[in-house]
Design a protein around this ligand. Structure first.
Ligand SMILES: [Zn+2]
Length: 250
């Protein structure tokens, strides 16, 4: 089984003492490709550094809603030129934690969408309690390739996203008892589903409370396989091909 991790933060300090070991364990478990996600200029630069060290890792570049007060378009522009940058992200709106004023979040989100179009890169969206505003700002610019990372909407919102031909990505949250994503997963066309861990956050059951790792994607795969009544191997392979298509244009 080969596995494609589409959203991890392995540059974070959570891995500073054993990053190489964690990655070796992931590769051994079949995680063949990893997208390491930037949340500001520093973490984007570190993601690029990881991609230069490990051929299995690719990077994204962008300012997360929690860092938009530091937004510097020229710096991001330079980072996006690197050949290992496969998307702009994670970018979006977070009305749950409201790290930054909504106006500033919207302004920086929009500026980064324009950069994605200019650089012809897909967009990884962070949407927390901001479904309608994320959707409206995105559709205004008509980007072709968008994924809603750690999707948290209902079936109705999923339909809106899928009608744009965009992608939906799910995390270990789908293994939690209070998850209501089963019905969402059932309506996603098989070529539009991506999987991720969002490591170090959101560890799937039975690892809740621990630091997450891309190797735990197996639990996300198993849960999807249960919901769709498919073999885990089929789910892993289909989501692998989808991720290649989304990030690498394969
Ligand atoms: Zn993330």
């Amino acid at each position: 089984m080969r596995i494609y991790e589409t959203h991890a933060h392995l540059d974070f300090d959570n891995y500073k003492n054993d990053r190489d070991k964690v990655l070796a364990s992931c590769f051994k478990a079949g995680v063949q490709k990893i997208i390491n996600i930037g949340i500001d200029a520093e973490s984007t630069a570190y993601s690029i550094k990881l991609s230069e060290k490990y051929p299995q890792i690719m990077a994204t570049g962008g300012y997360h809603p929690s860092t938009v007060q530091k937004y510097d378009e020229d710096t991001l522009r330079k980072l996006l030129n690197h050949k290992n940058i496969k998307a702009v992200g994670e970018i979006g709106l977070d009305y749950y934690r409201l790290y930054n004023p909504i106006d500033l979040q919207k302004q920086v989100f929009e500026s980064q969408i324009k950069l994605a179009l200019e650089f012809n890169l897909p967009i990884v969206v962070h949407d927390r309690d901001a479904h309608d505003d994320c959707f409206d700002i995105l559709t205004k610019h008509k980007p072709r390739k968008v994924v809603f990372h750690c999707f948290s909407g209902d079936v109705k919102f999923a339909e809106k996203v899928l009608n744009q031909n965009w992608y939906i990505s799910v995390t270990g949250v789908i293994t939690y008892k209070n998850s209501n994503l089963d019905d969402v997963i059932r309506i996603i066309p098989k070529d539009k589903l991506l999987i991720e861990t969002d490591s170090p956050y959101l560890p799937p059951i039975p690892h809740r409370g621990e630091r997450n790792s891309p190797e735990y994607l197996i639990y996300v795969i198993q849960k999807i396989a249960d919901i769709l009544r498919l073999a885990p191997k089929i789910v892993a392979e289909q989501t692998f091909l989808n991720a290649e298509n989304f990030f690498e244009g394969v």
